[in-house]
Write a protein that binds this ligand. Structure first.
Ligand code: M6R
Length: 613
């Protein structure tokens, strides 16, 4: 996600911005830019691609040793990566500039209103509306204008604002996107998306909270409420992280950080796309009207690895709720079989990176055969998105750990939204049902957030017992069968323990031969429509003295009686169980890999983006 850096003080600002942005590179980005004030004027420089391009650009620029400015690395959400879409964005005069991280959900409405007022837009971003909106309210007082502007805004933001009319201040504001402030006693103030950007200069940090803003000056800063400017006393924290720890926000590994980012990743993926009160789902990315949707004879979901597991879950959802036959293909198989595709088939490639070679090849074949392509992807502007007719973006933010975690749960979220959307357009899901499911989805992020620390502790205990196991079996039924596959994949890829996922009903058709006192078997047993069936399968394992871990519904005391370990999860709408039930499995793999001393973030032989066949 985007990175923000700002400084005002006696030091030269441009080197501080470039160094700070470099330290935020881990967040992922596709363009970069900066602004500074010189001789009472704003000077702006931006470039597409890596930070090195911006650095090269700045080599030929005389910044006059400016002492106030803002910088930004952009991770595209609205509009492809380009110089015009790179931040900072300006108002009509070019003298007021904004850097932003987050999503302005009502940007379209605001943009139309501002255009009608005569504002001229030069980018496709949601951020540019902020610059024009602040301009609209500006009457000599930048702080008041920012306060007024954000009242019109729906969505998330971390903001840095600068205006040549008040050349001594930077204004910062936050709502649901991270922003920290740094203080260098008597030598200036900083703002940044994350602490690593500030570590070369100061360890005195203030965390800006949601609905707070700050005014930064060379000699100090004030923090106040965003709504009414009420002054706030903020604690100054002294950070003792080293740079590597700081990049991971204090987590030991990116994978763990990303597991903990899942509440936000899920929220960001459905945010702005559903109205829980009315049950209305907005997915304009699909670009097919109800008549075209009615003509669809089949849907193909094409993906690799973890993304393929997301596709397998979606087959259960789509066939149950929409009633269109769904085929799920591993992309490397799809591309080499006879494909019976055509305009009446919708093909949905699913890929976190948007660059996976096999998935891309499958997409190209399907497009040649005349099928409509709607991809599900996390990386804006990636090849798969560029070659699709439309893309439903997951807004998980950059995923650095090779083992996919938050990208998976946000893919599931996007696929669940797709199910609700098709059910709405094809009238296969009644309004009341949609409201119920939309509300359940909205309730999910805080549930995940609350459960994560407890689950990590539970998995720590299990990991201590099982970290020396040689094999592992994962069982599930229905939409939790793919979660069993995903649990097994996570374990093998980061801990190198051999693991298999099975549909629980398949146990007696072969794998039961493996069960002995040494074999750990983890089964997913939420109290859903197939609960009794999975319990019977579990009893078969118990009868052969397998070591059982059961993950099921809170209050189901029978589990503790059957299992060596029972792990409980809250009862939620059972459709959404796959999103919740995968989380303890991710944590178990993580803790086991850690105990075995494995390189969790970069497991042997694996790459984050598999761009070869
Ligand atoms: O970027 P993609 O989603 O297309 O990647 C697909 C697989 O390579 C990926 O999910 C892989 O299986 C992960 N390492 C799983 O954790």
């Amino acid at each position: 996600m985007c990175g923000i850096v700002g400084y005002v003080g006696p030091r030269k600002v441009v080197p501080i911005i470039l160094e700070g942005l470099k330290r935020l590179e881990y967040r992922g980005y596709d363009s970069a830019g900066l602004v500074y004030l010189l001789d009472g004027k704003v000077h702006k420089h931006r470039s597409e691609g890596k930070l090195a391009n911006l650095e090269e650009l700045m080599e030929d620029v005389d910044d006059g040793g400016s002492h106030i400015g803002l910088g930004h690395t952009r991770w595209a959400t609205h509009g492809p990566p380009s110089e015009a879409n790179a931040h900072p964005h300006s108002d009509c005069s070019g003298e007021l500039v904004v850097v932003h991280n987050g999503i302005i959900e009502n940007f379209d409405t605001l943009r139309r209103e501002l255009t009608a007022e005569g504002h001229i837009f030069t980018s496709q971003t949601d951020t540019e509306v902020l610059a024009h909106l602040i301009e609209e309210y500006l009457d000599g007082d930048l702080v008041a204008a920012v306060q007024a502007a954000v009242r019109d805004v729906e969505g998330s933001f971390a903001l840095g604002v600068m205006w040549s009319g008040q050349p001594d201040i930077l204004v910062a504001a936050r709502n649901q996107s991270p922003l920290v402030l740094g203080i260098l006693e008597g030598r200036g103030c900083f703002l940044a998306s994350d602490i690593p950007a500030l570590l070369p200069y100061t360890r005195n940090i203030i965390y800006l909270e949601d609905q707070e803003m700050a005014v930064l000056r060379a000699d100090g800063l004030e923090v106040m409420t965003l709504a009414d400017g009420r002054p706030l006393e903020k604690e100054i924290h002294t950070i003792d992280w080293n740079a590597a720890m700081a990049e991971k926000a204090g987590y030991r590994h990116f994978m763990l950080k990303e597991i903990y980012e899942q509440p936000l990743a899920v929220l960001n993926t459905f945010r702005g796309r559903l109205e829980p009160e009315s049950g209305v789902i907005n997915l304009p990315e699909i670009g097919l009207d109800a008549a075209e949707l009615r003509n669809l004879s089949r849907i193909f979901l094409v993906a690799c690895g973890t993304s393929w597991h997301a596709a397998l879950v979606a087959k259960y959802w789509l066939e149950k709720w929409v009633g269109i036959p769904v085929e799920v293909d591993i992309a490397s198989e799809f591309r080499y079989r006879r494909l019976l595709l055509g305009p009446e088939v919708l093909v949905i490639p699913i890929s976190q990176s948007g660059e996976t070679a096999d998935t891309l090849a499958g997409l190209r074949l399907a497009a040649k055969l005349g099928s409509k392509i709607i991809s599900i992807c996390n990386v804006v502007g990636s090849t798969i998105t560029r070659e699709s007719d439309g893309t439903i973006y997951t807004h998980a933010g950059p995923e650095i750990g090779v083992a996919s975690t938050k990208a998976f749960t946000s893919q599931l979220t996007a696929l669940f939204l797709l199910t609700l959307y098709l059910g709405q357009e094809l009238e296969t899901i009644e309004r009341e049902r949609r409201i119920e499911m939309a509300r359940a989805l909205v309730a999910l992020p805080p549930i995940i957030e609350k459960e994560l620390p407890r689950l990590q502790k539970d998995m720590d205990v299990l990991a201590a017992d099982f970290s020396r196991s040689r094999d592992f079996l994962y069982l599930g039924r229905g939409e939790n069968f793919p979660i069993a596959l995903e649990g097994a994949l996570k374990l093998k890829e980061i801990s190198y323990i051999h693991a298999e996922g099975y549909a629980a009903g398949e146990l007696k058709h072969g794998p039961i031969a493996l069960i002995d006192r040494e074999m750990p078997v983890l089964a997913l047993v939420p109290q859903d429509r197939v609960y009794g069936k999975v319990i019977s399968n579990v009893q078969e394992v118990k009868a052969r003295h397998g070591r059982m871990i059961l993950v099921g519904s809170e209050g189901d005391e029978a589990l503790a009686e059957i299992a060596d370990y029972a792990v409980y999860l809250p009862r939620i709408n059972e459709e959404l169980n796959p999103i919740l039930y995968v989380i303890p499995l991710q944590l178990l793999s993580y803790q086991i890999a850690n105990m075995r001393g494995c390189d969790v973030d970069q497991p042997r032989n694996l790459a984050k983006s598999v761009t070869v066949e």
